[in-house]
Design a protein around this ligand. Structure first.
Ligand SMILES: C[S@@+](CC[C@H](N)C(=O)[O-])C[C@H]1O[C@@H](n2cnc3c(N)ncnc32)[C@H](O)[C@@H]1O
Length: 316
């Protein structure tokens, strides 16, 4: 029997399994879209969550377009079958730009709904979704000259999603920074970066103003060692390839030190991994765990200092 649909979760390409695993209750899977009869729940692996999906009977392609437009202006299709029919409906809807963004970019100003065809005569449409981006996809115009790896796209995505990034002069500790994509991205914003890795940075990153490098094991770098040199870590960035459990213990030490303002850490999983550690990161106060479009078999833990209020900024 089909389930009542109360929420829907869109999994990243190839990652339906961990998403289904983390959701409570029965689910129905259509391509990458996972339907649930339960209210919105924690879903680290979802690229987008449809918060208010409605089943809408439709007579024809134009009837479907009319009914969607009556709900709101902007819609994005997720198509898992009946592709031709779905595309014909989408063509009758107002154009929504999915052009790649130039970093830094603001968030899209207008809400974006998501819809699909459950069958030829039934839409599933949600005017409210967690992501303002088409199917949760944040695409950037890439810099193919400056950075030595594409890993910087994870930072660009996080900084864009939260509309926060390092400011000129802020200090970033870049754990597992080789070959230097993250250091390049932070230095390009005028931040000072200390990258720590067993492998060196690419020479073109090493020579950037504000970038320094320390060879070695990041897990042996403790807050008290750095404190004499840099009392405040404005951004603790980690892209270290390691067991997330090991990263957790290290990060907790930095959290407890009170020296760090903002954290962005990649949690890397092996196939068949136990994802329970993601909940331990998510439970750290003030943080959240999410799957970025530019993450592969990874999650990202983000914990930002409270945003400065306008009073703080103006000093009044
Ligand atoms: C995915 S790469 C980082 C890519 C980098 N963020 C960039 O933007 O180019 C992961 C790095 O973690 C480093 N790594 C793994 N274990 C480490 C450890 N214990 N200490 C320091 N670096 C480590 C590896 O040497 C590797 O360079």
């Amino acid at each position: 029997m089909p389930i009542d649909i109360v929420t829907a979760y869109l999994a990243p390409e190839g990652l339906v399994h961990p998403l289904v695993q983390e959701l409570n209750g029965e689910t129905a899977v259509h391509g990458r879209l996972v339907l649930s009869p339960l209210a919105a729940q924690k879903a680290h692996w979802a690229e987008n969550v449809w918060l208010a999906p409605k089943k809408i009977p439709v007579q024809s392609i134009s009837d479907a377009a009319r009914k969607l437009k009556a709900l709101q202006r902007n819609w994005w299709l997720y198509s898992f079958h009946l592709h031709r029919r779905a595309a014909l409906i989408q063509e009758q809807l107002p154009h929504v730009s999915a052009r790649p963004l130039f970093f830094p970019a603001p968030l899209p100003a207008s809400p974006l709904g998501s819809w699909t065809l459950l069958d030829a005569h039934t839409l599933l449409a949600s005017a409210r979704c967690t992501s303002p981006f088409p199917n949760g996809t944040v695409n950037f115009v890439e810099d193919r000259e400056g950075p030595p790896s594409r890993a910087y796209l994870k930072l660009w995505e996080t900084w864009t999603r939260f509309q926060r990034h390092p400011r000129p002069g802020e200090f970033c500790l870049d754990a597992g920074g080789s070959p230097g994509g993250w250091a390049w991205a932070a230095a390009a914003l005028g931040a000072r970066v200390l990258s720590v890795d067993r492998a060196p940075l690419a020479p073109k990153v090493m020579s950037l103003p504000g970038v320094s490098f320390q060879k070695g094991d990041i897990f042996s770098l403790k807050p008290e060692t750095l404190a004499g040199r840099e009392p405040v870590v404005h951004w603790l960035l980690s892209d270290v390839i390691c067991y997330p459990e090991k990263l957790f213990d290290w990060v907790v030490g930095w959290l407890e030190s009170g020296m760090c303002e903002n954290f962005i850490c990649t949690l890397k999983f092996q196939d068949g991994a136990n994802y329970a550690i993601a909940n331990r990161f998510a439970d750290l106060p003030g943080g959240q765990v999410l799957h970025l479009y530019y993450n592969k078999h990874e999650l990202t833990w983000v914990r930002l200092a409270p945003a400065p209020t306008s009073d703080t900024v103006s000093g009044t």
